[in-house]
Write a protein that binds this ligand. Sequence first.
Ligand SMILES: CC(=O)N[C@H]1[C@@H](OP(=O)(O)OP(=O)(O)OC[C@H]2O[C@@H](n3ccc(=O)[nH]c3=O)[C@H](O)[C@@H]2O)O[C@H](CO)[C@@H](O)[C@@H]1O[C@H](C)C(=O)N[C@@H](C)C(=O)N[C@@H](CCC(=O)O)C(=O)O
Ligand SMILES: Nc1ncnc2c1ncn2[C@@H]1O[C@H](COP(=O)(O)OP(=O)(O)OP(=O)(O)O)[C@@H](O)[C@H]1O
Length: 447
Amino acid sequence: MTNTFRPSSYTTFEYVSYSVSSDGTIFTGHYQLSGREPSVSFQEIIELPPSDRAVDTTALHRLLFLACGLSYYKAAAPPVIRVDTGLTEAERRFLTELIRHGLGEFAYRNQLPGALRPTIEAEDIVLATADSDWDLSRPPLVPVGGGKDSVVSLESLKAAGHVPVAFSVNQFDPIDACVRVSGLSQVRATRKVDRTLIELNKAGAYNGHVPVTAINSLVALISADRLGLGAVVMSNEGSADYGNLRWEDIEVNHQWSKSMEFELLLRGTLSAAGLAEDRYFSLLRPLSEISIAKRFAGLPQYFPVFTSCNRLFALDPDARRKSWCGTCPKCQFVFLILAPFIPADVLKSIFGSNLLDNLENLPAYEEILGLKGHKPFECVGDYDEAGAAFRIAAEQADWRETVIVKGLLDEVRTTPSAHEAEVSRLMGVSRVHAIPALFQEALDAIG
Ligand SMILES: CC(=O)N[C@H]1[C@@H](OP(=O)(O)OP(=O)(O)OC[C@H]2O[C@@H](n3ccc(=O)[nH]c3=O)[C@H](O)[C@@H]2O)O[C@H](CO)[C@@H](O)[C@@H]1O[C@H](C)C(=O)N[C@@H](C)C(=O)N[C@@H](CCC(=O)O)C(=O)O
Ligand SMILES: Nc1ncnc2c1ncn2[C@@H]1O[C@H](COP(=O)(O)OP(=O)(O)OP(=O)(O)O)[C@@H](O)[C@H]1O
């Protein structure tokens, strides 16, 4: 491995091939960067749950191969992407959109507009549509992220009489603990990002966010098929649609692969491959963060174990924090959104301190509330949701004297979210979703 990696020396990123072990448990994607310096090869390895079922998951493997490649493409973001396996029309669209929107934050932060529009060279191919015995009425697979959202999905589905199977990509203590509290069965897949990439990052490769929910979603879809389960039920909220800022003709959105746009893109791509689009939907899409927080507040059994802070989920176990960091936008937002529904002493014991009573958090809350800068590059809710939570909390004895509430109340009062109508809209249910009729009852099963 060279000590210096010069991204501009690379002209092509190649999707070389993928392979699947004979028992279907090991998926390996092979990728390569080439150009004026010696080529660099990467292998991404994904271990899927064991199964005796003979299922044809080719269409899903192909999409997973495409999605995982972005982690390595981004190291140099060269102008040409070559896909040696060819692309169907729907796959070409999937890859094009995944790059243009899923790498928006990466391209903005590195000031690489060209990274969003590489030339994609691939033979046009047509694949025989998959023939499947898939059935929506089978138990759903629910990806669990260790935070409040997937807990609300699990409990809503249980309350409506479904028996979901919990699913995680890689092993993380907060995820396992949430599943334990739910009492449900759990299956796991593991993803190994090639160590070469980590070395290249240290040597000067471009780095930044990738649309990780797209990758996790495809791993979940393959796992569900192998296990003979029904739909993959995500916990992506309505406000994942709101971006961070506009740049180069696109809305840069850290959460794009949690958005409705991505959900529809993946459903359409499944359909084009002959697979039922109802295999994939988000149960929480019609809900605001406030309304999810209110539901979560009624599930105190999870308070000691859930963690939304992303710093617990680093790939390297040694780099993982053990609990809420309290300083990132995700911690700050989740504290605010739960404040109207959970008493201060309880919330303090969950987070370790009162984040609304710490002056150091003022600039961060100004960004979260839309009073300055732009929405942080983290999975935080939109300005209306943050403003509405702030406004409700400001009327409560527990929060009204905190430094953040006292410091920002006058400014927040001038924002649209400060109006009564906005708060009640956010507590309601929106109609924009793709939830099949069989699952709609679950949405209101816990209140
Ligand atoms: C945990 C986390 O937030 N990681 C982001 C962080 O990476 P960091 O270097 O601090 O640690 P690792 O996650 O352990 O990654 C090490 C390097 O590996 C590469 N890599 C990792 C995963 C992957 O899928 N592809 C990769 O290429 C990468 O080079 C890492 O440096 O900062 C990175 C750079 O900004 C982020 O890319 C890491 O984000 C992870 C991919 C991640 O899993 N993030 C989720 C917690 C997350 O942000 N989820 C979003 C979903 C948004 C979406 O559209 O999918 C959310 O919850 O809203
Ligand atoms: N490691 C993982 N394995 C499987 N699914 C995951 C993983 N991480 C996140 N997810 C899923 O991806 C989606 C987005 O994650 P997100 O972090 O927003 O949700 P969460 O952890 O349930 O709640 P919170 O917003 O409080 O963190 C959810 O459906 C979540 O369950």
